[in-house]
Design a protein around this ligand. Structure first.
Ligand code: UD1
Ligand code: UDP
Length: 356
C-alpha cells in the first residue's frame, strides 16, 4: 500500500519515527513535512537523532496565523495528494499540520488514519482541541492511546474504525532510552547531578501569550530553591523577551535552547521532577517514572493524574511552588499507555484494512 504520512511539528517527528520504521518494512511511505517547525533545533535534530528518512516533500509553510498557516498547508498538501495518489494518509496528534492533512485527504476521498485519536481536554480555547475534534470526525481509522480516548470518541457518536493500540510515544521512549543514556552528554555539559535538578518546558499559548500567567510561572521557578533546566521553545523565548522576563529568568534558571530528543530523554529520565505544559512531556514523565507538575488547568492525559504521578497547577504561582516543593508521586504505576509495540499493532491494523 502507498501510505502518505504528514508531519510538521516537533512532537510529530518523534511519534512518526517508530511507526515509519515499521511501515517501511511492508509498504511504500511518502513522508511530507509541512514545515510548521523549521529551526534546526525544532526539526532537523529529530530527523538526525531518530534516523527518520528525509521527507519526500518539505512544504516550507512556516509560521503565521492559524487560518493562514492551515490554509496554506491545505493548498500545498492537496497538490501532493493529487500527484502521489496514496491509498491512506496518516496524521499524528493535534497540530495545524494534523488538521490540514486530514482535511485535504478526506475532501479527495482518501482514507485518513489518525494516530493519537480521541484525546480531549474539553477546552475549546486550545487550538489543539479544535484540531483533534475535527480530525477525529473525518478519520476512517482512529488509533487511540488510552481507554479514555475510546470513550471520548464514542461519546461524540464515532463508533467505527476505533482501535485502542496504546501510545506510540512509548515505542519511541523504549527504543531510544538506552541509546540516549549512552550517547547524550547533556548532564556533563550542564554540570548536573542525576536526581538533583528539575526540567521545565512551557509553550502553551494559555501560558505564553498571557503576561500574567508567564510572569507567575517565571516567578515560581525563581522562588523555589531548586536547580531548574529550562529548554525554551521559540514561541516562549519571544514572549519572555517581549514581557522583559528573560534576563531575570536567566539569572536563576539554566535557560537553554530546545534540545534534541536524545538529550531531552536523558535529561528527563535523570530529573527529580518535570514541570511542563506539554502533552508529550507529561506522558514521557510517566513512562520514565518521574513525578510531573503540569502548569495547565486541564489535561488530556487524565490517567497520569488519576494514577498519582501528575498534578495540575494551572499558572497559579502558589500552586506551582507548592507542587515543586511537596508533590510526591504515588508508589503504584499501572500500564496506562499500554504494553508497547504500538507501531507493530498499528501496522497490523493497516494491513488488515487493506486486505478487507
Ligand atoms: C505547535 C502546535 C502545538 C504543539 C507544538 C509543539 C498548533 C496550533 N500548535 O505549537 O499543538 O504542542 O507545536 O511544539 O499546531 N517558531 C520558531 N521556529 C520554529 C517554529 C516556531 O521560531 O521552528 C516560533 C514562531 O515565532 C511561531 C511560534 O514559534 O510563530 C509558534 O509556532 P507554531 O508552530 O505556530 O505553534 P507552536 O506554539 O510551536
Ligand atoms: N522535546 C524535545 N526537546 C525539547 C522539548 C521537548 O525533544 O527541548 C520533546 C519531548 O521530549 C516530547 C516532545 O518534544 O517528546 C513534546 O513536544 P512539545 O512539548 O513541543 O509538544 P506537545 O507534546 O505539547 O504537543
Amino acid at each position: 500500500m502507498k501510505i502518505l504520512s504528514i508531519v510538521g511539528a516537533r512532537p510529530q517527528f518523534i511519534k512518526c519515527a517508530p511507526l515509519s520504521r515499521e511501515i517501511r518494512k511492508g509498504h511504500e511511505e511518502i513522508l511530507v513535512h509541512t514545515g510548521q517547525h523549521y529551526d534546526a533545533e525544532m526539526s532537523d535534530v529529530f530527523f538526525k537523532d531518530l534516523n527518520i528518512p528525509e521527507p519526500n516533500y518539505n512544504l516550507g509553510i512556516g509560521s503565521s496565523s492559524h487560518a493562514e498557516q492551515t490554509g496554506r498547508m491545505l493548498i500545498e498538501i492537496e497538490k501532493v495528494l493529487i500527484e502521489e495518489e496514496p491509498e491512506m494518509v496518516l496524521v499524528y496528534g493535534d497540530t495545524n499540520s494534523t488538521l490540514a492533512g486530514a482535511l485535504a485527504a478526506s475532501k479527495l476521498h482518501i482514507k485518513v488514519a489518525h494516530v493519537e485519536a480521541g484525546l480531549r481536554s474539553f477546552d475549546r480555547r486550545m487550538p489543539e482541541e479544535i484540531n483533534r475534534v475535527m480530525t477525529d470526525h473525518i478519520s476512517n481509522l482512529l488509533f487511540c492511546p488510552t481507554e479514555t480516548a475510546v470513550t471520548n470518541l464514542k461519546n461524540e457518536g464515532i463508533i467505527e474504525g476505533i482501535y485502542k493500540v496504546g501510545d506510540v510515544m512509548k515505542d519511541a521512549v523504549e527504543y531510544n532510552r538506552d541509546i540516549a543514556e549512552k550517547r547524550s552528554t547533556i548532564l556533563e555539559d550542564l554540570n548536573l547531578v542525576p536526581k538533583e535538578f528539575m526540567v521545565a518546558t512551557v509553550h502553551r499559548p494559555s501560558n505564553t501569550d498571557s503576561i500574567d500567567n508567564l510572569t507567575s510561572i517565571v516567578k515560581a521557578f525563581i522562588d523555589v530553591d531548586e536547580t531548574i533546566v529550562f529548554p525554551v521553545h521559540p514561541r516562549t523565548e519571544k514572549y519572555l523577551k517581549e514581557y522583559a522576563l528573560w534576563d531575570k529568568l536567566c539569572q536563576h534558571v539554566k535557560v537553554i535552547h530546545p534540545l534534541g530528543y536524545l538529550d531531552m530523554l536523558k535529561l528527563m529520565s535523570n530529573a527529580k521532577k518535570i514541570l511542563t505544559d506539554s502533552g508529550g512531556v507529561q506522558k514521557e514523565a510517566y513512562m520514565l517514572a518521574v513525578p510531573c507538575v503540569t502548569m495547565r488547568e486541564n489535561t488530556e492525559w487524565v490517567e497520569t493524574v488519576q494514577d498519582g504521578w501528575n498534578v495540575l497547577t494551572g499558572a497559579d504561582h502558589e500552586k506551582i511552588v507548592s507542587a515543586i516543593e511537596v508533590f510526591r508521586a504515588s508508589k503504584v504505576r499501572n500500564e496506562i499507555f499500554g504494553s508497547g509495540k504500538v507501531s507493530i499493532k498499528i501496522c497490523d491494523l493497516l494491513n488488515l484494512h487493506v486486505h478487507s
